[in-house]
Write a protein that binds this ligand. Structure first.
Ligand SMILES: Cc1ncc(COP(=O)(O)O)c(C=O)c1O
Length: 366
């Protein structure tokens, strides 16, 4: 006999939780708008398939799939350590960097604790905050869509346990300077974990200081998270890593799901790192394409933030959903943020041309 709407009684935090909405895919757009060969520029993915060394390593890892993977990812962690010139006890790996972010929230945030982040930023920050029952303190971005560093520092209270800094920020692509990060980490103090979420690190301007070299050794309360999903093109395999103080690393490791980074993903990550020049060359193409897309958009009259990731952001305001739908009708799927703007991933040159042709037809909104 069914007496309730559904079985079970989810925790109230889960009941109130919005589901994570991944970017729409090309197939959905094709079905809804009757277009053919739509392109997906909605999830900041790499347009290129895996390099051949990655493909080969995944195939050989699959042959051993009857065995559990190395839970601690020993080989991968030491390979990352050699690559970044830091000892392996400063490093852990995760099921994508979202997996690591979830571990960080679960490690540090009890109900009522405060977590500070700029807004708008990455959508999982509010989801994980709600999941843990933490109080979100959202500091609005400044008019130029950069982080409000003074506002972030002013928001610190004795209840603050975590500060999230996405640099480059998603969806605006802006970066925080070394000095701004150091100011925030100093103001936060050792009892507050400051997370530098660098999912798009590989697309920033050459010469940008590396927090693994400059910030982590100075601040024991700073954790850097990165991913192999974007630059390295492994989004479907799920590998991220975090770099920080060995004691912080040991704490966040406690809440990892056993064997969370599967054997194929670990092997793929090692192959990608072993062939990093090939990956870097691909990133250079994307950065170059970003410049081309930005130049054409500015020529059309669009204002844009100074972005340094693999996407561009257009402040379409109240016209956002109309722009997203009209682009989809022209076979280009982008990520809208209702009432704010659209984020468009830099794809292959052909995909970028599709986007530029479609947006040219739509014109500019301010
Ligand atoms: C700012 C930011 N952090 C982390 C991630 C997570 O990436 P992944 O879980 O694929 O490593 C993303 C992905 O879109 C992101 O935009």
């Amino acid at each position: 006999m069914n007496t309730q709407a559904r079985p079970g009684r989810p925790r109230s935090a889960v009941e109130a939780l919005p589901a994570y909405r991944p970017g729409r895919d090309a197939k959905q757009a094709q079905q809804e708008h009757g277009v053919v060969d739509a392109v997906k520029l909605a999830s900041n993915e790499n347009p290129e398939g895996p390099i051949s060394a990655v493909e080969n390593s995944v195939l050989s890892a699959v042959r051993g799939a009857n065995r559990y993977a190395d839970h601690r990812g020993g080989e991968l962690r030491s390979r990352i350590g050699e690559w970044l010139d830091i000892s392996a006890d400063h490093i852990t790996i995760g099921n994508g960097s979202v997996g690591l972010l979830q571990q960080i929230f679960l490690t540090y945030l009890d109900p009522g604790d405060e977590v500070i982040f700029g807004w708008r930023s990455f959508e999982v920050y509010p989801i994980y905050s709600q999941l843990t029952g933490a109080e979100m303190v959202r500091v609005p971005l400044l008019d130029d869509l950069t982080y409000d560093v003074d506002g972030t520092i002013a928001a610190l209270t004795p209840a603050t346990k975590v500060v999230m800094l996405a640099t480059p920020n998603n969806p605006t692509g802006t970066v925080l300077s070394h000095d701004d990060i150091a100011r925030i980490a100093t103001a936060a103090g050792e009892e507050v974990i400051v997370v530098i979420d660098e999912a798009y690190r590989e697309f920033v301007d050459a010469g940008t200081p590396d927090p693994v070299a400059d910030i982590v050794p100075q601040f024991r309360n700073v954790l850097v998270t990165r991913t192999l999903s974007k630059a390295h093109g492994l989004a479907g395999l799920r590998v991220g890593y975090a770099v920080g103080d060995p004691e912080v690393i040991a704490d966040i490791d406690k809440v990892a799901v056993p064997f969370h980074v599967n054997a194929a993903a670990q092997a793929a990550a090692i192959a990608a790192i072993d062939n990093i020049e090939e990956i870097e060359a691909r990133c250079a193409v994307i950065v170059n394409e970003r410049g081309r897309v930005e130049a054409q958009l500015s020529e059309m009259g669009w204002w844009m933030p100074v972005h340094q990731a693999n996407f561009v952001y257009l402040s379409t305001g109240s016209e956002t959903m109309r722009f997203a739908t009209e682009l989809e009708k022209r076979g280009v799927v982008v990520r809208p943020f209702d009432g704010e703007g659209i984020r468009v991933t830099i794809g292959s040159p052909t995909e970028n041309d599709r986007f530029l042709a479609a947006i040219t037809e739509l014109g500019v909104t301010k």
